[in-house]
Write a protein that binds this ligand. Sequence first.
Ligand code: IMP
Ligand code: MG
Length: 182
Amino acid sequence: MERIFGRPIVTQEEMRARIREMGKQITIDYAGKDFVLVGVLKGAYAFYADLARAIRIPMRVDFLMVTSDGAQVKASDKVKTVKMMTELTEDIAGKDVLLVEDIVDSGLTAQHLIKTLAKKKPRSIKICTLLSKTDRRTSTVTIDYVGFKIPNKYVVGYGLDYQQKYRNLPYLAVLDMEGDQE
Ligand code: IMP
Ligand code: MG
């Protein structure tokens, strides 16, 4: 059965306004730098597309695809294994890299990516995430740009999935865990 989602936790208008602000800040912070915006797929695809167009400086675009054993709602309650499925195509050595994530929960994915990409010797590497669940952070990784802090609820839409579905919902909604079998 298809789910019907109720009131958005973040509306399209709120999203648009916040992303415009983030784009302005990143434009200021990265002006004059050799800037590479790296999207973490699949979840960040919608945010990335909007954020990139809110940034008004020259940049290179690149993407990574990662999987974590995070198909379950309570993914972070277990030991998480993060796997990079694809490599970057740009050489990031000496460049200023900004990683774009959909959501930082435990922070383990972000931590793993920073550690892995640091080996390629970028000049700097920072993280920008649309959403952050600070309650569940187990890693000490620093998140440099946060769109919205959200409570510890499982959310879908605007790129985020539940079992690979609902990514195309144009707003962010809390997944209703009642009657979970489809
Ligand atoms: P972390 O490694 O625990 O920070 O988890 C980050 C990843 O878990 C994200 O990139 C998402 O794929 C997934 N995730 C965490 N919370 C949610 C959620 O509420 N909805 C959808 N995916 C989530
Ligand atoms: Mg996911």
